[in-house]
Design a protein around this ligand. Structure first.
Ligand SMILES: Nc1ncnc2c1ncn2[C@@H]1O[C@H](COP(=O)(O)OP(=O)(O)O)[C@@H](O)[C@H]1O
Ligand SMILES: [Mg+2]
Length: 357
């Protein structure tokens, strides 16, 4: 990879994370909803690597030691990402101005009641298999007194610290019925170990015709990508091409209709942004259906599916894609939409299981 490409990738992922942060804030303020799904740590961490590299000290070496295969855990990916990010940033800050290593490892273990009772948040955790994630560093370490206080909100030993990173970590781990362990010695480094109950039998995700990983699936045909935001068009375009589609883009609803009128025989599906000035996604959808009643449309929006679904009930939408989306989410959504005929009169595919954590 060229350096420019590396930084572009980092920028892309940083902006995705920023958008997710907004979603998280919405979730905390009760406006959004948490999305609970089966999370594979390897994929999740893999997608974050360039973000780590852009965020940690230039003198830090990042090692990954990820077990594969590893059962998934059940949770909200953006919250789990936040946990990992906070731990990695702390690890990097612990290196201070020196060189050192940050290692992210994952694995699975059987946890006895006794083992769990020595962890934070052992309240009523069940014995059993836990997927673990460790972030360790060769940094400054902590004495006992500091270790006792690190999860207190606003506790910090840093000049510019805010002392909220670890209290957020603890809150999220608690919400996921997980546990946390810390090993640290002054001058020798620190290891944070986070444990989450493993999902041993994968639940088929509701409403998905095929719950296998989207990895092997290849798209074919042309997608019309409609979004008023240039960055979304650029990134969406690249992702779609990677999945194997030809891509046409339109900057707004009017252009989308023009293109669709001319080329609807070539267009397999329209990926349509909901919120656009002038002609919004809903109106554009209506006009597209006038041109071809069989048109396949996947609506994409920063709102969650359950907020949007009622507006499209009974309108034969082929799917919904929440922004910001990853390559995997996009692939899975399009595979589901194109793999099956549009749902006659049913509107959206049933939403995946959601709940607040
Ligand atoms: N990897 C680490 N190595 C050494 N000390 C750490 C590490 N992670 C956290 N700490 C200690 O815990 C404190 C609280 O961390 P955190 O809640 O993330 O707040 P902040 O990073 O803003 O200080 C830090 O100020 C630091 O003293
Ligand atoms: Mg911190």
């Amino acid at each position: 990879m060229t350096p420019a490409r590396d930084s572009l990738k980092a920028i892309e992922e940083t902006s995705l994370r920023a958008a997710e942060l907004c979603r998280q804030m919405l979730a905390y303020s009760g406006k959004g909803q948490c999305v609970i799904e089966n999370i594979r740590l390897r994929d999740l961490i893999g997608e974050m690597v360039s973000l780590f590299k852009a965020s940690i000290s230039k003198k830090a070496i990042l090692n990954l030691n990820l077990k594969d295969p590893l059962p998934p855990l059940r949770g909200d990916p953006s919250q789990i990402r936040q946990v990992i990010m906070n731990l990695v940033i702390n690890a990097s800050e612990a290196l201070e101005e020196y060189s050192g290593a940050i290692t992210i490892s994952t694995g699975i273990m059987e946890c006895s009641r006794e083992y769990l009772s020595e962890a934070f948040l052992n309240e009523s955790l069940a014995e059993g298999s836990y997927v673990w994630l460790e972030v360790s560093d060769t940094g400054c370490g902590m004495d006992q007194e500091t270790q006792r206080r690190i999860f207190e909100p606003f506790f910090t030993t840093k000049f510019t610290g805010r002392g909220l990173g670890l209290s957020a970590v603890l809150g999220i781990v608690r919400g996921h019925k997980g546990a946390l362990k810390v090993y640290s010695e002054p001058g020798r480094g620190t290891t944070f170990k986070v444990l989450f109950p493993a999902v041993l039998e994968e639940k088929a995700s509701v409403g998905r015709s095929n719950s296998a990983k989207p990895g092997g699936w290849k798209g074919a045909g042309t997608i019309l990508l409609v979004d008023d935001e240039e960055s979304v068009r650029l990134m969406g375009n690249r992702m779609l091409e990677r999945v194997g589609f030809e891509v046409l883009t339109a900057v707004d609803g009017r252009e989308a209709l023009e293109i669709y009128r001319e080329r609807h025989d070539d267009i397999a599906l329209v990926l349509l942004d909901l919120t656009m000035p002038d002609l919004d996604g809903e109106e554009t959808f209506r006009e597209l259906r006038r041109i071809d009643p069989q048109v396949q449309v996947v609506m994409s929006s920063g709102y969650t599916e359950s907020e949007i679904a009622p507006r499209f009930a009974g309108k034969r939408l082929s799917g919904f894609l929440q922004k910001p989306y990853t390559l995997n989410a996009l692939t899975e959504c399009l595979r589901d939409a194109l793999g099956a005929a549009p749902l006659g009169g049913q509107g959206l595919v049933p939403p995946p299981e959601r709940r607040g954590v």
